[in-house]
Design a protein around this ligand. Sequence first.
Ligand code: KIV
Ligand code: NA
Length: 262
Amino acid sequence: LQRITVPRFASYKEKGKKLSMITAYDYAMGQLVDQAGVEGVLVGDSMSMVVQGHENTLPVTLDEMIYHAEMVGRAVQHALVVVDMPFPSYHLGVHKAIENAGRILKETRCQAVKLEGGADQAEVISALVKAGIPVMAHCGLRPQNVHQLGGYRVQRDEPALLHDARAAAEAGAFAMVLECIPSTTAKKITELIDIPTIGIGAGPDCDGQVLVLNDVLGLATDYVPRFVKSYANLGETITKAVRQYRDEVRGGEFPANEHEYE
Ligand code: KIV
Ligand code: NA
């Protein structure tokens, strides 16, 4: 199987082929999602919430993102691996942004970075791309802006979204996540720009879709947004398995003969 490079990923759009992308945060899950044949694996800063247990994506550090991106980068052989730049690693000037994104490419086997922004981040996107660092933009709902937004909600300012999308594409982004926007707006953006749009809560007309692995697997126990589809209920499976183990230890059924050494 041929490796999905940045140009190959981007070329799916003109070929009319849909892109599927999912998050992973460690070696084991990286291997499994890669074997499933997705085109993209995202080491998302959603890690802050689903792995680290924080209430938003702000606390995760660049060092922590790199540590987990190393694990995923070691595991994935086929898919394109993209790493989120955490807050505020790309807001400290162009020089710092290159230094921070450069660390991700130098210290992990991942191929691209993602950052939240459109028109406001055009300068940073263009500087990273000039430095040879492929950038996936992220427009619509920007979870790192949670305090400014006062919560996570659907973003409906269509002129602003169209402007953001155009600016990010012109700045040289190779693809763009569209999070939590009306499907009609996502469709317009997808028709407007030449780079693939990867939707999450952005309807069926995007060039691809992305979801958080824990949500897809049914591992999340707390709030699950409307745009999520769970394809398994691993949370229940895990609790059941561990409960049975606990019961068998208590009851003396485990370990049995076959688990013993003579
Ligand atoms: O951090 C993340 O997992 C993301 C995706 C949900 C787009 O940014
Ligand atoms: Na993210």
